[in-house]
Design a binder for this molecule. Structure first.
Ligand SMILES: Cc1cc2nc3c(=O)[nH]c(=O)nc-3n(C[C@H](O)[C@H](O)[C@H](O)COP(=O)(O)OP(=O)(O)OC[C@H]3O[C@@H](n4cnc5c(N)ncnc54)[C@H](O)[C@@H]3O)c2cc1C
Length: 287
């Protein structure tokens, strides 16, 4: 049982992790080894205090060095689901489960919207993780919606297991060359099924499938953690970055506009201080 899990490694997560480390919290931090593509891809950043007119790649290197110097470990894994367990939270990834008393969501904003059927059929044929659930589809038909070339090894893995893979990519130049993988243009509009996935619809065309894999960096927080109050696509928080769920906080783009580094960093810091207060209150009520 840890004190805290931080989910997300953009500026909001970095800021929270630095403060958590400074305050000697026992915490786990999940995210991408490159931290955030939204840092890496920025051509020039001109509005971040202390780093005037800097390239995104430079800012990324500065953040990485600061984390290393602080002795912080990032666990390079994508959390697939979070469960409120009463006095603590459980987060699952690749068949592993981690537990902590408090949780900070710093997952950024997802650019792809959830499609009808995605949240409803999660765990009933819809999955966000090929490594975790691929084995369920041996010699079955699956559809994959992939948002980045970095997930292509997961498609290859599915192609080795499934009989047929119908692939939708949101980028050009997919490198997958397997006989049982068929690339389809467009983006699916809905998933059909009641107790389990039955088919996927794209441009009015139905494709019969047993499973649907979404391979994307960021999953809607409401899908990740059921019961979270949302305001359109943003997590509702108060000025302490507290969500409607006890012990659950959120920071950065996932809480709303403006989508800016300085706002994300500031919220990560506020959230961490709120979490310190929450943990102290929990400890004193347990005495
Ligand atoms: C091209 C571009 C240029 C920009 N230029 C500027 C600029 O000049 N100035 C400015 O202020 N802002 C700029 N922005 C906006 C800025 O990048 C964002 O506001 C900022 O990155 C938000 O930080 P964040 O920590 O909230 O989320 P993000 O940076 O989106 O990071 C979230 C991270 O969490 C990870 N994650 C998500 N879900 C999970 C999960 N379930 N498990 C584990 N990890 C997860 C993601 O992979 C990602 O790495 C730019 C954005 C882009 C795309």
């Amino acid at each position: 049982m840890h004190d805290l899990m931080i989910i997300g490694s953009g500026p909001a997560g970095v800021s929270a992790a630095l403060t958590a480390q400074a305050r000697n919290l026992d915490f786990l931090w999940f995210g991408s080894p490159e931290l955030s593509m939204k840092i890496q891809r920025a051509e020039r950043i001109r509005n971040y205090p202390g780093l005037p007119d800097v390239a995104g790649e430079t800012m990324q290197q500065v953040f990485l060095r600061q984390i290393e110097d602080a002795g912080i470990t990032l666990t390079p894994e994508r959390i697939n689901a979070i469960y409120p367990m009463g006095a603590y939270y459980a987060a699952s990834v690749n068949k592993k489960v981690y537990e902590a008393k408090a949780i900070l969501l710093a997952t950024g904003i997802q650019t792809t919207k959830t499609i009808p059927g995605e949240a409803e059929l999660l765990g009933k044929g819809v999955s966000y993780c090929a490594t975790c659930d691929g084995f369920l589809y041996k010699q079955k038909k699956v559809a994959v919606i992939c948002t980045s070339p970095k997930f292509e090894p997961e498609i290859e893995y599915l192609a080795d297991i499934a009989s047929q893979v119908t692939l939708f990519t949101t980028y050009k130049g997919c490198g997958i060359q397997k006989g049982n993988v068929t690339s389809v243009a467009g983006y699916p509009s809905k998933i059909l099924g009641t107790d389990h996935v039955q088919a996927l619809v794209c441009q009015g065309q139905e494709t019969s499938v047993d499973g649907v894999f979404f391979l994307k960096d960021s999953v809607s927080p409401a899908v990740l953690l059921k019961g979270l109050e949302m305001d359109d696509s943003h997590i509702q928080v108060d000025r302490m970055q507290k969500t409607n769920l006890e012990g659950c906080y959120a920071a950065g783009d996932c809480t709303g506009r403006p989508y800016q580094y300085a706002k994300a960093v500031g919220e990560g810091n506020v959230a961490l201080h709120s979490i310190l207060e929450y943990l102290a209150a929990c400890a004193s009520s347990n005495k």
